[in-house]
Design a protein around this ligand. Structure first.
Ligand code: HEC
Length: 325
């Protein structure tokens, strides 16, 4: 594991973080999953990939708030939010703030000191914010931060909104639309300890498909509201989610399941509004896409035990036992 990590880091820093493709190729059986790329060498990858701490999201009070929070929720896990190196590497807010919390497993050479820390004023992510000091700080949880007077310790901001706007623009060199920043700020402000699920949340096809469905429903709302850029972003978030499922269905025996996921992703690509896309017509295609997603989900669940959602299969990747059943 150690050696693979060093290769990865060397490749990332030399090429400005070439994105690690989750598809077929040599050494496929042992390739680490992209969701575990930022784990320290001490991490129990199998536990990490089968469970997460659980999201503490308060229910919205109005329908308008619902749309904004869902937009922010999708953006929180979408690496395309960031421009530059961070986006190409597949990094999102959720990579550091797992389910909106901290992440004691996070480690990236040159950016982290101890596992669970990051130097967010480093040139790895942004030329403009580099302070030439290696000053990693613990990644904080974002649960219950809404009432605080200031945000961040290294580059303090007076509100969650200002912090997120500055993080996306300066730190990660993104150019996110103001509506997306609003959405992320609303999402973060709705994370409260009174709403945490009991125990950890299993990582499985059902949860992954649920996230995709939520992004698609928000895309439908964006279309109905006449917001093509937001609709496009949300459809793309849904497709990113499908990519993560695709990656877990590895090996010859699961080729048919991968094919279903790839077909659905192509179906979703047709939902991205173009220059003069008819948003009303596109909105009408979301319900059939959701039906299709449900069907694909049920097909995938039948083979889930053979996929990398399963502990035993993961052990074969992370403990080098090969993929054959
Ligand atoms: C590379 C890991 C990393 C990524 C990616 C990241 N953060 Fe953070 N975040 C941190 C660290 C470390 C801090 C603490 C910074 C400090 O104290 O100055 C922090 C602080 C924050 C804070 C302030 C918390 C407080 O209580 O003051 C907010 C809000 C926040 N992050 C939101 C986000 C959002 C939203 C995203 C995605 C747009 C994001 N972060 C992406 C590591 C990360």
């Amino acid at each position: 594991m150690r050696q693979r990590r060093e290769c990865l880091i060397a490749a990332l820093s030399a090429a400005g973080f070439a994105f690690v493709q989750p598809t077929a190729g040599a050494g496929e059986a042992e390739r680490p999953l992209s969701q575990a790329l930022w784990n320290s060498s001490e991490t129990d990858n199998i536990a990490f990939l089968t469970h997460s701490p659980g999201e503490c999201l308060a229910p919205p009070k109005t329908a308008g708030a619902d749309y904004r929070i869902e937009l922010g929720r999708a953006a929180f896990s979408n690496p395309f939010l960031f421009g530059g190196a961070a986006a190409r590497s597949g990094l999102s807010c959720n990579s550091c703030h797992r389910d909106g919390r901290d992440n004691p497993d996070f480690f990236l050479e040159g950016l982290s000191g101890e596992p669970g820390t990051a130097d967010v004023t480093s040139s790895i992510f942004s030329k403009s914010r580099e302070d030439n000091i290696f000053n990693p700080v613990p990644i904080p949880t974002l649960v219950d931060i809404a009432g605080k007077a200031s945000f961040g310790s290294t580059a303090q901001q007076p509100s969650i909104h200002a912090f997120v706007a500055s993080a996306v623009a300066d730190e990660f060199q993104g150019a996110a639309a103001p509506a997306i920043i609003d959405g992320i700020a609303a999402y973060v402000a709705h994370l409260g300890s009174g709403f945490c699920p009991e125990g950890e949340t299993p990582q499985n096809v059902t949860r992954a498909a649920g996230d995709i469905a939520r992004a698609l429903r928000a895309a439908e709302q964006a279309m109905q509201r006449g917001e093509p850029e937001m609709a496009d972003f949300l459809v793309q978030s849904a497709r990113h989610g499908l990519g993560l499922i695709h990656e877990r269905f590895r090996g010859d025996k699961l080729a048919a399941e991968r094919g279903l996921v790839a077909d659905l992703s192509r179906q979703l690509a047709d939902l991205r509004p173009g220059e003069d896309g008819d948003l009303v017509a596109l909105a009408g295609k979301i319900a059939p896409a959701l039906d299709r997603l449900d069907l694909v989900k049920r097909r995938l669940r039948r083979k889930e035990r053979q996929s990398l959602y399963n502990r035993k299969q993961l052990r074969r990747v992370y403990e080098g036992e090969g993929m054959d059943d």
